[in-house]
Design a protein around this ligand. Sequence first.
Ligand code: NOS
Ligand code: ZN
Length: 384
Amino acid sequence: MTSQTSHVPTADQIRRAPKVLLHDHLDGGLRPGTIIELAREQGYSKLPETEPDKLGIWFREAADSGSLERYLETFAHTCAVMQTREALFRVAAECAVDLAEDGVVYAEVRYAPEQHLEAGLTLEEVVEAVNEGFREGERLAREAGHRIRVGALLTAMRHAARSLEIAELANRHRDDGVVGFDIAGAEAGFPPTRHLDAFEYLKRENNHFTIHAGEAFGLPSIWQALQWCGADRLGHGVRIIDDIEVADDGSVRLGRLASYVRDKRIPLEMCPTSNLQTGAAASYAEHPVGLLRKLHFRATVNTDNRLMSGTSMSREFELLVDAFDYTLDDLQWFTVNAMKSAFIPFDERLAMINDVIKPGYAELKSEWLFRQTATTSASSGREG
Ligand SMILES: O=c1[nH]cnc2c1ncn2[C@@H]1O[C@H](CO)[C@@H](O)[C@H]1O
Ligand SMILES: [Zn+2]
């Protein structure tokens, strides 16, 4: 057994590996059982299923439509039950606990405050309830022996007209658990430049933002997000491969935009399963993350919506290990990339990399040594 093959991670090692998640929607990650309980408490009667397993399957299948617009329709049910302080607190706490159990040590979780005002909460109250929920989830995770830190990203919906207001909200709460801003929703027909005032405001405030771009629409969306809006990161960004040519002899030519993305180390928040469901990629093996990792783009791996995709960080890593034969070194590379790209201060990112991520992977990588010793002594014992 060579050390190289020993480093092909097992499912158990992937789960125990420290992981960093930059792109996860709070309203796309509820436990099915929680949705059912909240719906019952709140008198919401439109759920398509009332048994947790069936509801989980319903979300996955409904999200498998091949279209981003149809995929997004499923969020009507999750948002419907996230309209009170108690519900937001519970969903946020469970999110932190679930991520921690899956081995995520740092997460930026996003949601759109404007979608949680139907029962009379103010934007401020929504942010406070979610922040309190994340703190509670971090505490519960610690009690269960896990360490996780969760930051919030406030999303504005790109079809709506509240982005400046949401950007101001994010800025007001920047020292209080909100680490940045995002825009999401249907991409085609809603270019990021519609929200230029919000992005310009955040830049003047020296604040951070990511933009969903290059998922359901191609290079022009990525170009606008970077060169007009000044995004720090790209949500998905998979269509950047439209600006990369791979010749038959394997040589690669990057266009101007792809070169810029790689040269400037623009982080790509890639979400493989979500991309298969919305039609942005055809299969795991053909997912652009494979090529982008080889070309040393600042690629990261993410869940997007754990409920709609029936996934977790560990599962996304497992699927990529199957598709691309990734080793623990590759998973560490994605994880360090993600931590470098987080919106928390540099010294804290560095400490997470040096004190949590690298030691965690080093520990996992050393395990094969001990397994081999045990096998050898057992077999020599039998022979003797
Ligand atoms: O992959 C995606 N692309 C674009 N928008 C999305 C995606 N996943 C979720 N949302 C949208 O973001 C809102 C806030 O969390 C969700 O309600 C959903 O409408
Ligand atoms: Zn997303």
